[in-house]
Every structure is written in structure tokens, then in C-alpha cells.
Design a protein around this ligand. Structure first.
Ligand SMILES: Nc1ncnc2c1ncn2[C@@H]1O[C@H](COP(=O)(O)OP(=O)(O)OP(=O)(O)O)[C@@H](O)[C@H]1O
Ligand SMILES: O=C(O)C1=C[C@@H](O)[C@@H](O)[C@H](O)C1
Ligand SMILES: [Mg+2]
Length: 164
């Protein structure tokens, strides 16, 4: 199997679905956000605070480039599409699955979240980011899955069926 890359906005469920899909398909899972924290020994919030978003994007691309291109499920960070080199890498090497989620649903899921630096911005900034990103996800996807009002298990099963 070619590697699957899960993309989508913060809170769309990339990490959650990646784990579940990995168990269901018996394929190893890597989460680029977790990998960045492990390799660079800082939390994402610390990297943003101490070194800035540009440094985080550099680390993120480095981690992505080192993930296996066969037989893996990769949960990416919400901003992976910000860099063309990441998009090219994913498109060339595997299948890109976009977890499409509305802004309102994301706002519900992340209501109490304090771990995502870009989710602590004001509502207008978050909406602007969401609209700009939506276009990037849509443009660069092989498979689009709507996630609103579906459980993580339902979404996982849907992706499994779409891969057949
Ligand atoms: N289908 C779903 N329905 C309801 N809640 C969900 C669903 N999928 C994920 N969640 C919840 O939403 C929150 C964010 O999910 P998750 O961390 O998987 O998102 P993510 O896409 O990996 O975000 P990020 O880009 O920031 O890494 C978690 O609390 C998770 O339990
Ligand atoms: O949407 C984004 O830019 C981000 C999403 C998260 O997955 C993390 O990669 C980080 O918080 C940045
Ligand atoms: Mg995640």
C-alpha cells in the first residue's frame, strides 16, 4: 500500500482518525506533530514561542521528508499545506486524504483546547486562516471525506471503504 497522508484543519481529526485507521488496517501510524516534539524535544507551543512559526515549519518539513513512503498512515499538522515542498512530497509519494470539517464543528471540538498556538488567535483571524487553508486542502487532495456529524469510527470505516 502507498502511504496515506491525512490533511485538514486543526481539529479535523487527523490524529484521531490516523490512529484508528492504523489499527483497522494494521498499518503503522506516524503523527508529524508528535514526531516534531520528539525529535526537537520541545512542545509545539514551546517551538512557536521560543523560535517562531517559521522554525516550526522547517522542522515539520524535515520530519515529513523522513517518513516512509510505503505502507504507512501519516497524520500531518494542519499547516502542512503551507509549504509547496510538503505538498509535492505527499502527492508524489502517496494518497492524500482531506478530512473536511466546517469551522463551527471545529470550534466546538476545540472549545477548551489550549495546545494549538494558532487556535488561540481571535475569531476573525481563525476564520481567515480557515478560509485560506480550505482552498489549499481542496486543491491538493486525492480523496475528500466530510467529517461533520460523523463519529471518528464512521469516518475511519468510510476511508477504509474508499480505499478499496
Ligand atoms: N469525528 C469527530 N467527532 C467529534 N470529535 C472529534 C472527531 N474527530 C476528532 N474529534 C475530537 O476533536 C479534537 C481534535 O482532534 P485531533 O487532535 O484528531 O485533530 P487534528 O486534526 O489532529 O488537529 P491538529 O491539526 O491540531 O493536529 C479531539 O478532542 C478529538 O477527540
Ligand atoms: O494548523 C496549523 O498551522 C497547526 C496545526 C497543528 O497540527 C500543529 O501542527 C500546529 O499547532 C500548527
Ligand atoms: Mg493532530
Amino acid at each position: 500500500m502507498k502511504t496515506l497522508y491525512l490533511i485538514g484543519f486543526m481539529g479535523s481529526g487527523k490524529s484521531t482518525i490516523g490512529e484508528m485507521l492504523s489499527s483497522l488496517l494494521h498499518v503503522p501510524h506516524i503523527d508529524t506533530d508528535n514526531m516534531v516534539e520528539e525529535v526537537y524535544e520541545q512542545t509545539i507551543a514551546e517551538i512557536f514561542q521560543n523560535n517562531g512559526e517559521g522554525t516550526f515549519r522547517m522542522y515539520e518539513s524535515e520530519v515529513l521528508k523522513n517518513t516512509p513512503v510505503q505502507n504507512h498512515i501519516i497524520s500531518t499538522g494542519g499547516g502542512i499545506v503551507e509549504r509547496d515542498e510538503n505538498v509535492l512530497f505527499m502527492k508524489e509519494n502517496g494518497v492524500v486524504v482531506y478530512l473536511e470539517t466546517s469551522f463551527d464543528e471545529i470550534a466546538e471540538r476545540l472549545e477548551y483546547d489550549q495546545t494549538r498556538p494558532l487556535w488561540s488567535k481571535n475569531v476573525q483571524e481563525k476564520k481567515d486562516l480557515f478560509i485560506r487553508r480550505q482552498k489549499l486542502y481542496e486543491k491538493n487532495t486525492d480523496i475528500l471525506v466530510h467529517t461533520d456529524n460523523k463519529s471518528a469510527i464512521e469516518i475511519t470505516e468510510e476511508i477504509k471503504a474508499l480505499l478499496k
